[in-house]
Design a protein around this ligand. Structure first.
Ligand code: MOS
Length: 765
């Protein structure tokens, strides 16, 4: 499994099984409905305070000096002039007492510090300044004199493994041995195939590019640190900051209310938080430190570039006989996961499979988990190979995939999935897209050619413990929900309010949510991995049911009726036998007496012996201008199996966003590193192209196949954030091939790249 999915490693912290009975939901009243966000007004009106908006009285502004070279020894740093600059209150380097802090700890000698003596990419931290204003802080950076000894650098993973490549950490740039996987007999499988295709594919490095840049506001109160952070996981930040500053966990409070996008880049703590804390300590002032947009491109993470070779064989009827897959990628100068093989080993039923993942260091910014780490890359290669196989077999690509739908996870010991919606996604998606008609339609005979493509996906993680949610019913009938989970823009708070409303019968408007604050909420894992709904909603449900049970028990005393006879109906507790016997919730004496009824819900373990995966099939229609190489995506349709949809509106929004992000991978996004200097050429939003409204097709549809899965968890929902972006780019590439008979192996499909291929190919075949 890709090591970016760090939450899959080692035993996860546990929470006890819930104390209440939770039969699967049937029809629901509130859950599933397309309710607008509970915080919609705050978000769109600008009144929501994001960490980037946040200010404290007496606050200083900080900035980081970064190495301008791809690889260099930091020989000396002279801060004396900077310290005398107007408004400057502190300057720190690796030599400042207390700033000699370990940061990256990889295998063996792979190690670096908060400010390392060796800078391994353009953007490595060298020093930092706190000043009265932001401008003064940036001015002071220019006054810091650094002596660098430039070193040779390497940018291409395939070059980095050669014996004469400049070593980035120790003798080898290989980050561990290649990770190998095998089942069956691949040679025999290919020998038994009627058709075999093989190709090498590559994906460009993508930057997360969230709207809100990374950063924190920090404040000391004695030896207690409070951090307002833009983060997907307050508890991850708490742990890293406490460890770096050698503080007890209890002395670090991390608050993460609103945040402007993360896509995985905000799953972990950033150096900026620790640097801000050091500057705040040195000055006895609160400090605000946010990255600039340029720093965001250089140093806040990325989806690594991968080069993948894939070979697929099948019988005439489409039955797969063998898959061979190999991948090389780089998590940057401080490696993180770069594996892409999972789909090749688990998406389709195939007895003979061999896969290899290689991860090497290069002199570039470090990868961080990015929306389905490794999977969109793997889909780009595998799903194009499947498309080529369908062409070779003369089979409909949907039919080829349908012939190989898995029922068990072959990569994970042949355990069955709790539900497998791939066939439904392919069938229902094809129908809703008008696949058959679109496939047989004329491609056009002018310079503009039309084509359609399909690709499918799975995402292999369905959440789990730990999660603890507290629900409080107040004497006036209003409700407070308390969760450690971050709402990263996906609607977590809204969905949780719906879950509680479902079980307590209170309207969503009467529910307030406290969340993502290590000082006041319970531990939850970071919001990532498409796991927030499947991990935290069962705990919310358990907490609400516990409160309901307490309320019904109180009403039973008041009404002198057996508790089994009572149920909640709107604002009243009513007897099922005799509806004239009832008591208003707010009149229940136990509630009056206690002023609040509290339920504590926990997330129990996942079902044993089964695995939880989400499935998807995406369909794309394109128009290719054969003269200019321009590709217009005219239609996209995403068919998703996430089991229960908790909120139609937030679900659709998630999938729309996934499609747009997939469009970026396929069509426009690419970190460009200069071969001569090792510096990033397009570290800005003008030259790094994320899709805009003009790139998004006018028709972009979302379909949920609405499978019932009562085993995945007690909410019956599997999650959606990541599977909604995995196959999009591959579907677009397949549509381009359908239109012009040319296969674009390297992402993104830019006009120059496609024009060259069209020219080489001559007439479309
Ligand atoms: Mo995601 S890459 O788990 O935020």
């Amino acid at each position: 499994m890709t090591d970016l999915l760090y939450w899959l490693q080692g035993p996860a912290p546990e929470t006890a099984p819930p104390k209440v009975e939770m039969p699967p939901w049937g029809e629901t009243k509130v859950v599933g409905k397309p309710l607008p966000r509970v915080d919609a007004y705050e978000r769109v009106s600008g009144s929501a305070v994001y960490p980037l908006d946040f200010a404290l009285p007496d606050m200083l502004h900080a900035a980081i000096l970064r190495c301008p070279h791809a690889h260099a020894v930091v020989k000396s740093v002279d801060t004396s002039a900077a310290e005398k600059m107007p408004g400057v209150r502190a300057v720190i380097t690796g030599k400042t007492p207390g700033a000699d802090i370990p940061w990256f700890r990889g295998r063996g000698k792979w190690y670096s510090k908060l400010f390392d003596e060796r800078a391994r990419y353009e953007g490595d931290e060298v020093a930092a300044v706190a000043a009265e204003t932001r401008a003064q802080a940036y001015d002071a950076l220019k006054a810091i004199k650094v002596e660098y000894e430039e070193l040779a650098f390497v940018l291409d993973p395939r070059e980095a493994v050669k014996p004469d490549a400049p070593p980035i950490h120790d003798g080898t740039n290989r980050y561990g041995d290649p990770a190998d996987y095998a089942r069956g007999d691949v040679a025999a499988g290919f020998a038994a195939a009627d058709a075999v295709v093989e190709g090498t594919f590559s994906t460009a490095c993508e930057i997360h590019a969230p709207m809100e840049v990374h950063g924190s506001v920090v404040k000391w109160d004695g030896n207690r640190l409070t951090v307002w952070d833009t983060t997907q996981g307050v508890f991850e930040v708490q742990e890293a900051v406490a460890q770096s500053l050698k503080l007890p966990l209890a002395n670090v409070r991390v608050i993460g209310h609103y945040m402007g996008g993360g896509f995985g880049s905000k799953l972990e703590a950033g150096k900026y938080t620790v640097i801000a804390a050091l500057l705040a300590k040195a000055t006895a002032r609160p400090v605000k430190l946010f990255l600039t947009r340029e720093e965001e491109f250089l140093a806040s993470g990325n989806r690594p570039a991968n080069t993948m070779t894939v070979k697929v064989g099948a019988k005439k009827d489409g039955t797969l006989t063998a898959i061979e897959f190999s991948s090389i990628g780089s998590g940057g100068a401080y490696p993180n996961g770069a594996s892409t093989s999972f789909l090749a080993t688990d998406l389709y039923t195939c007895p003979n499979v061999k896969a290899r993942d290689e991860n090497v260091a290069i002199n570039a910014g470090r990868a961080r988990a990015m929306r389905a780490p490794g999977f969109p890359q793997g889909a780009w290669a595998l799903e194009q190979a499947m498309d080529a196989l369908a062409v070779k077999l003369g089979m409909d690509p949907v039919a080829l995939r349908l012939a190989n739908v898995p029922k068990v996870s072959q990569r994970r010991g042949n355990q069955p999935y709790t539900s497998t919606g791939l066939a439904e996604c392919l069938r229902d998606g094809a129908k809703a897209f008008g696949w058959s008609e679109a496939r047989t339609r004329a491609k056009g005979d002018g310079p503009i050619r039309k084509g359609v493509g399909v690709a499918s996906a799975l995402w292999g993680y369905g959440g789990g413990p730990p999660a603890t949610v507290v629900v409080k019913l107040y004497a006036d009938g209003s409700v407070n929900v308390n969760t450690g989970a971050a709402d990263i823009g996906t609607g977590t708070k809204t969905v949780m309010a719906q879950v509680v409303a479902e079980e307590l019968g209170v309207p969503v408007e009467k529910i307030q949510i406290e969340h993502a604050d290590t000082g006041t909420t319970q531990y939850s894992g970071p919001s990532g991995g498409s796991k927030t709904v499947p991990s935290d909603m069962p705990a919310a449900r358990a907490a609400a049911i516990e409160v309901r049970n307490k309320l019904l028990a109180g009403a039973a005393e008041d009404l002198k009726l057996p508790v089994e006879e009572l149920r909640l109906e709107g604002p009243d507790v009513v007897s099922a036998k005799d509806p004239s016997k009832k008591v208003a919730v707010t009149a229940v004496k136990a509630l009056e007496r206690h002023q609040v009824l509290v339920g504590v819900g926990t997330r129990g373990p996942n079902v044993e012996g089964k695995v939880i995966s989400m499935f998807a099939a995406h369909f794309a229609e394109v128009e290719v201008n054969t003269k200019t190489g321009e590709v217009t995506v005219t239609r996209l349709l995403a068919a998703q199996d996430s089991a229960r949809v908790m909120n139609r509106l937030t679900f659709e929004c998630q999938v729309q966003g996934g499609l747009v992000m997939g469009l970026g991978l396929g069509r426009t996004e690419e970190r460009v590193l200069d071969r001569q200097t090792g510096k990033m050429c397009n570290a800005n939003w003008h030259d790094y192209k994320i899709p805009t409204a003009l790139d998004v097709p006018a028709e972009q549809k979302v379909l949920s196949v609405d499978l019932v899965d009562t085993e995945c968890n007690t909410a019956g929902a599997k999650g959606v954030g990541e599977p909604s972006t995995i196959p999009t780019a591959a579907a677009i590439a397949n549509a381009v091939h359908d239109a012009v008979g040319v296969r674009v192996h390297d992402s993104p499909i830019t006009p120059p790249r496609l024009v060259a291929l069209l020219a080489g190919r001559g007439k479309k075949g």
